[in-house]
Design a protein around this ligand. Sequence first.
Ligand SMILES: C[S@@+](CC[C@H](N)C(=O)[O-])C[C@H]1O[C@@H](n2cnc3c(N)ncnc32)[C@H](O)[C@@H]1O
Length: 352
Amino acid sequence: MTNSWNPLSEEAVRVMICRRGMEDDLLEEAARAGWPACLGRGEGWLVLPGVPVGTVGKGFLVFERQRMDQARGFASRPLGEGARQAAAWAAERLDSQAGGWTLQAFAPDPAGKGAGQAQAAARRWREELARRSPNVAARESGPGGTPWVVQLCLTEEHLWCSVNRWEQLASTHPGGAYQAPHDPAAPSRSYLKMEEALDLLADPPRHGQKVVDLGAAPGGWSYAFLKRGCRVLAVDRGPLKISGIDQLPGQLTHLREDGLTFTPPKGWLPADWLVSDMLVAPGQALGLFRRWVEERRMKRFVINVKLPQKHPAAALMPLEAYLAKLSGRRAFGRLRQLYHDRREVTLVGRLE
Ligand SMILES: C[S@@+](CC[C@H](N)C(=O)[O-])C[C@H]1O[C@@H](n2cnc3c(N)ncnc32)[C@H](O)[C@@H]1O
């Protein structure tokens, strides 16, 4: 924390959630985007000064998993007292706004101890809200269709609370932690990354679509498309391990070729999807993407980019510059570190 900053002051702040260990990279990105300097940080979270909604930093950053705008910090020990104060603060805000709201409570690490505590804080928060403002409490609803989302984030010593519109959030999932439906038949953990990328793109694959999957083995991404009835051209020198393939509605062709130089047969162009999870450097991933875009070989894309050990944020700058250039040319692309990404980020988008 900076020496002069008091996290419990009434000053509104912006809280950003990221993968544990990526805090410096998120900070570097925020600084590059011209955001104000960091006030405080912990494992998987940063606090920046609050900025008027819709001004600086409207776009989301690559390493930003979730965002809380115009948030307030409360001491989290004892937890009940923090939750009580946060409920009083949120009640005032919700009272002056029309429409329903949804509550999302989380800790920066959804697999850590704090996650259960965050749910305990949410129970206390709801009890206090119902006691203090029953009319506001009665407007709580599930996520579909509510204009407002209340976020409660529990860090080591604080409970952060915000009341935002959905479009102010970096992700619709609590804390940005996308939970894919469990599928025991999925051949690899990578399958989760594809499910999350598809959720982000919000353009579900349809039966009969053509998919080119580069670096496909053992087959998690191919499987995600095959189960939706797509035709998949899987390119990898390694073996695919998709069990029960005959029961899946899609069709699979496996080619043992180099994905970096691979040119699909004419009948496959343009592919409905280019997906790539090859273990190649960011510069090679960019080269591949450019070639496919410039030859208009695909309509949609999901490309996983592996990050170098040193300066990952800087390594992504050429890719971000190319995306910025493309955005005026009937293309849409978004680079994000997904919840299921490890030392990697994912580029999703479409060409018109
Ligand atoms: C992380 S794995 C892919 C996992 C896969 N997406 C899944 O869901 O199961 C990376 C794969 O990329 C393949 N690969 C690396 N470089 C490649 C290249 N130049 N051409 C084709 N495949 C490549 C590797 O053989 C490896 O199987």
